[in-house]
Design a protein around this ligand. Structure first.
Ligand code: GLP
Length: 242
């Protein structure tokens, strides 16, 4: 794992955007694995700026997102489809039909999961996967558990995740209790992983992610086994890493 400790959120966003832009410039038809949450918002802003000022070209890019809430349509302002459209896709020259987010309203969830994995495979896998992290060590919505799934699956959200994500909803009761998420398989198969981490609330878990034993109770600890992970972390989040 390559560690880049940066000053703050803004610097993390700039460094991550640069890394991603480099991948796109080298391979314009890149398959990008994308993430939602507060962490990557600044990076998406930087990418939009690069598109507007430096002509970073998304015209051949394909994206696959990590996850989506079960029960929310793409028009719901807390759905991850809506998040991606409003934070990135609507502002760059990407082909919308080549931006994939799991369908939270699919009638047959099992089939939706099978199709999602099949699509990733048919695309030839992910060139670079962007990840944030939950303060309990989850990636995507792969929550701490006795077992982890390789494939895309429906999962119950941890109580702490519902609590953490309730800040984006009008009330805690409105937070969906289930989500569709890519499994550890597709994430670990990505050629490169950019893990972005910012803020005090992530400091506790980050020592376990970087130095702890690899355990399903800390899903992000599996990233220790990936050969090309760049961890871009700000000083507040890095404070407890030994
Ligand atoms: C969410 C998402 C994750 C994200 C994490 C942290 O629940 N499913 O992909 O990395 O929680 O979110 P934030 O960046 O807002 O702290």
């Amino acid at each position: 794992m390559k560690l880049l400790v940066v000053k703050n959120y803004d610097e993390m966003s700039k460094v991550a955007a640069k890394e991603l832009a480099e991948v796109i410039s080298k391979k314009p038809e890149s398959i990008l694995g994308l993430a939602t949450g507060g962490t990557p918002v600044g990076m998406y802003k930087e990418l939009i700026d690069m598109h507007k000022n430096e002509e970073l070209d998304f015209s051949k890019v394909t994206t696959v997102n990590l996850d989506e809430y079960v029960g929310l349509s793409g028009e719901h302002d807390q759905s991850y489809r809506y998040f991606m459209d409003s934070n990135l896709f609507n502002h760059v020259n990407i082909r919308k039909e080549y931006t994939y987010v799991p369908n939270g309203l699919a009638e047959d969830m099992h089939q939706e999961c099978v199709n999602y994995d099949k699509r990733i495979e048919e695309l030839g896998g992910i060139d670079v996967q962007v990840l944030g992290i939950g303060s309990n060590g989850h990636i995507g919505f792969n929550e701490p558990s006795d077992t982890l799934s390789l494939g895309t699956h429906v999962t119950d959200l941890a109580e702490s995740t519902i609590e953490a994500n309730s800040r984006y909803f009008a009330s805690k009761e409105e937070v969906p209790t289930k989500a569709l998420t890519m499994g550890l398989g597709a994430i670990m198969k990505a050629k490169k992983i950019l893990l972005m981490v910012s803020g005090e609330s992530k400091a506790e878990i980050m020592d376990k992610v970087v130095n702890g034993k690899i355990t399903t109770q800390v899903p992000a600890s599996f990233l220790q086994m990936h050969k090309d992970v760049v961890l871009i972390i700000d000083e507040d989040a890095a404070r407890k890493i030994k």
